[in-house]
Write a protein that binds this ligand. Sequence first.
Ligand SMILES: [Fe+2]
Ligand SMILES: [Fe+2]
Length: 192
Amino acid sequence: MAQDYDDMDAIAMLKADHRKVEEIFAQFEKASGKDRKRKLAEQACLELKVHTIIEEIFYPACRRVVETDMLNEAYVEHDAAKLMINDIEAGGPDEAFYDAKVKVLSEMIMHHVEEEEKRSEGLFSLARAAGLDMDDLAERMRARKKSAMAQLQGHPEIPAETHVFHGEDNAFALAEAPMGRRGGGMEMQEAR
Ligand SMILES: [Fe+2]
Ligand SMILES: [Fe+2]
């Protein structure tokens, strides 16, 4: 890749993450040994956990500029993927359904990424067209990515945190402020 991650704007960063995860899933498809499969699956899960954390800095900024339905679906897709990620990380390649779970996760992500990257009507295009400050978002996302990586790398036992299931949803979904520390009383701003 020509551009350095540190120089990318928000959308370029998110797209670079997408490509990286797609590559890991492609390697998983070709992998045979159990250790190799576990390593690749855990790599994909780590990347996706960190990606959803930083994308959930990006999404609230999109609240004003994309339709609520589109953004809500994206949040739900994240959480559905997180449940699968947590299940994969809690298990291992000895499980009968391990490969199938990784495959289904990759398909969920493929669908989700398509919705984000679709030309002109995808989430990223709409956010770009609306003139969101992609450099400011990128700065915040890069900082969060570093801290999330430091926390999660080598710790597959730390589950991805879901936000929109079991009635937790509305306050989170409407939050437009940058994500605060979850569990410590997140500051809410009402969406306009
Ligand atoms: Fe996403
Ligand atoms: Fe994404």
